[in-house]
Design a binder for this molecule. Structure first.
Ligand code: SF4
Length: 702
């Protein structure tokens, strides 16, 4: 019989960084179904298929329900929590005793609640004596973080989603918003100003199909393109001199740098025509409110940081920042990448502080009432160097929380070989069947979205509420409670006495944020976040007496032209473009592009692959998109199985012939396990983000 709900509650979605609010319908306090929340300022009554299906994936039969320990024969056997925690501490402590405290590391996620990330980071670094830990945010947002820090003085995306509706020119670089962030795309579609939409992407993506200008620049030529556009703007005096003089540094050196990016040079680099370049520049000039947006096509590149900064430079030099409908705007990937960036205690000390600053360490030690000497004085190794550390035998124990590197890390065969070398691998996850869990020595069963409390921070810096509307299956515990248990068994429980609930941790994090650009000391607590439809940072104490409407009002940064560098000015940053690290060759003549392939799947399909509806909405078999001319030359018909191989591995995929990829390129969606057998472990030198987007492959008929 149909269950009639007796109450509803609203909470933010746990997939992408849009941060839609979902209205969960309850019967006796348990979720029965959900609909999109209608009044929330982010999604205004809309949700994508992943959000609609958020509850169904909790019911999967492969949920981890008990701790599992692998025996000598390779079998996983259920054990109780006491044995799991004793094994966890005994094994990791033994490794530390033999190889030093830093021989154990952790990898976490942008998918947990902020309070859980903070607990993990504090527990491992202050309680367990670890130095090295990173998040899967390294795979999506590290480039934007570094780009903003260097240019603005803090990791501070300046925008609010209303900007999608207020721009008259919207420039999207390496962003298939229509598929990756469909509700943000709906905000573009609601824009009443008939905006010019310019898409820079080598593929004719769903977003590019709806653009007024599609610039199908050659893979990774976007840096050259942005410099060429800057040069045209300068040559025509289409720059905002007053803004540049009052609010920025190093423009003259930048102008000198871009002067060499002539039409001839940029057309040769990008494959675009001079007419396309000049039309692009003129459109920016004619716009009154121009917003620039970028996502993974920029971030996941061997020169991503400088490319992101080249986009920032265009916004700064034209004065398109700090006003409605403007901005140099990085669209985050995961639901809580922003929480991870500021509060995970991995790359930053809690609250966007710096591990290398004595003043910052003192401040955080005082707030937490811990010995300052417990706070590391140096930064963690980034993700790629943690992997290298394992390869070289320096790191012997790894705790993987809520992420799936055996599928998602670049150059998968090498990654699995590296994980195989560990003395002890612990995986903490909702499911016991992820590719990484299949390699684990110990699996800790974790609650998922909807089974625990906390907060998430979305792309526009809005803090939204997570709620418990289901009981986790079996003996699975929230990540928060697992961290409490670990602290107790490790012997540092006393240090976390105050950390007794997610909201108590939120209050600690508020104190850590005081005086920072991300100051959230003015938020009354979870109830205010819930009542106001999320609150965007900053929200300092001085704003604490604001009325509900003012709290909920859209907030953008830099309206006063003041940036976070000590002199209040933004910086122009630039560098000579570097060639593709693995250009096509005689043996590997195609460039492989990877990316999101469907609106209905999320990342490695760990969760969304469990929904029958979402499986129906997306191809379940790996496919390769190839231009029809190339397919003909290879005697490939639509639907044929093709072998795609790189220097690192090979896979078989169903052929899709489409003009959306240019001749010489092929595209494979990242959701399928095999895609990263091909990718090349190359990293941006500043952000250390992997360059997933371009490597050389060969294609043949099976
Ligand atoms: Fe919204 Fe993203 Fe969730 Fe879809 S996955 S409902 S777009 S937050």
């Amino acid at each position: 019989a149909r269950v009639r709900p007796d109450a509803t509650t609203d909470m933010v979605c746990g997939y992408c960084s849009t941060g839609c609010s979902l209205r969960v319908h309850l019967k006796d306090g348990e979720a029965t179904n959900l609909t999109p929340a209608t009044e929330y300022p982010v999604n205004l009554g809309m949700a994508c298929p992943k959000g609609w299906e958020a509850l169904s994936v909790l019911d999967s039969p492969d949920r981890a329900t008990r701790p599992l320990l692998r025996d000598q024969t390779g079998r996983l056997n259920p054990i109780d929590w006491d044995s799991a925690m004793t094994t966890f501490t005994d094994r990791f402590k033994a490794i530390q005793a033999e190889h030093g405290p830093h021989s154990v590391a952790f990898l976490s996620t942008g998918q947990m609640a902020t309070e859980e990330m903070a607990f993990l980071g504090a527990l491992t670094k202050f309680g367990m004596g670890l130095l090295h830990g990173d998040g899967n945010t390294r795979q999506c947002m590290a480039t934007a973080v570094v780009a903003y820090k260097q240019a603005f003085g803090f990791d501070a995306p300046p925008y609010t989603y209303a900007d999608f509706e207020e721009s008259d020119v919207i420039v999207l670089v390496g962003s298939n918003l229509c598929i990756a962030h469909p509700i943000m795309w709906e905000r573009v579609m609601r824009n009443p100003h008939s905006p010019e939409i310019i898409v820079v992407d080598p593929r004719m993506t769903e977003t590019a199909m709806n653009a007024s200008q599609h610039l199908a620049a050659a893979p990774k030529s976007d840096l050259s393109l942005m410099y060429g556009i800057a040069r045209i703007l300068i040559d025509n005096d289409w720059v905002d001199r007053d803004y540049i003089d009052q609010h920025t540094n190093d423009f003259e050196a930048f102008a000198e740098h871009v002067a060499t990016f002539t039409d001839e040079r940029v057309t040769a680099d990008t494959g675009l025509s001079a007419k396309q370049l000049h039309r692009f520049a003129e459109t920016i000039h004619n716009g009154q409110r121009v917003s620039f947006w970028w996502t993974m096509g920029v971030n996941q590149s061997h020169q991503g940081t400088r490319t992101a900064q080249a986009i920032i430079n265009l916004a700064l030099m034209t004065g398109n920042i700090g006003r409605p409908g403007t901005g140099a705007n990085s669209v985050t990937g995961q639901c809580n990448a922003m929480g991870s960036r500021l509060f995970s205690n991995t790359t930053n000390l809690l609250g966007g502080h710096d591990f290398t600053s004595a003043e910052h360490r003192r401040k955080i030690a005082d707030i937490l009432q811990i010995d300052e000497a417990l706070i590391p004085r140096e930064n963690s190794l980034p993700y790629n160097e943690i992997m290298e550390g394992i390869l070289r035998g320096k790191i012997k124990g790894l705790w993987v929380v809520c992420t799936n590197p055996a599928h998602s890390w670049i150059n998968q065969n090498q990654c699995r070989d590296i994980l195989d070398r560990l003395d002890f691998l612990v995986v903490q996850d909702m499911y016991s069947t992820t590719e990484t869990a299949n390699m684990a020595d110990l699996i800790l069963p974790a609650a998922g979205w909807g089974e625990k409390e906390g907060t998430l921070i979305n792309s526009e810096r809005r803090i939204g509420a997570l709620k418990k509307v289901r009981k986790a299956p079996g003996e699975a515990l929230s990540d928060f409670n697992i961290f409490k248990l670990v602290a107790h068994y490790w012997g540092c429980g006393e240090m976390f006495r105050e950390w007794d609930s997610p909201e108590a941790v939120f209050r600690i994090l508020q104190r850590c944020s005081e005086g920072q650009p991300c100051d959230i000391t003015g938020i009354e607590g979870y109830s205010q976040i819930d009542a106001t439809g999320g609150i965007q940072w900053p929200f300092a104490k001085s704003e604490g007496d604001k009325q509900k409407a003012e709290v909920a009002a859209e907030r953008r940064l830099f309206a006063d032209g003041q940036f976070f560098h000590p002199d209040g000015r933004a910086k122009f940053l630039f560098e000579a473009p570097r060639p593709l690290t693995e250009p096509p060759s005689r043996n590997f003549p195609f460039i492989l592009l990877t990316g999101r392939g469907t609106v209905a799947q999320w990342h490695t399909q760990t969760r969304t692959g469990k929904s029958a509806v979402l499986r129906k909405l997306s191809p379940q078999q790996i496919f390769v998109e190839i231009n029809p001319a190339d397919a003909r030359a290879l005697a490939l018909e639509p639907g044929d199985m093709a072998t795609v191989a790189s220097q690192r591995g090979r896979l078989q995929a169903r052929t899709v012939c489409t003009h959306s990829v240019q001749p010489g390129h092929v595209f494979i969606a990242m959701h399928y396990e095999a895609a990263n057998q091909l990718t090349d472990a190359v990293f941006d030198p500043y952000s250390k983000q992997p360059a997933y987007k371009a490597c050389a492959v060969q294609v043949s008929r099976v």
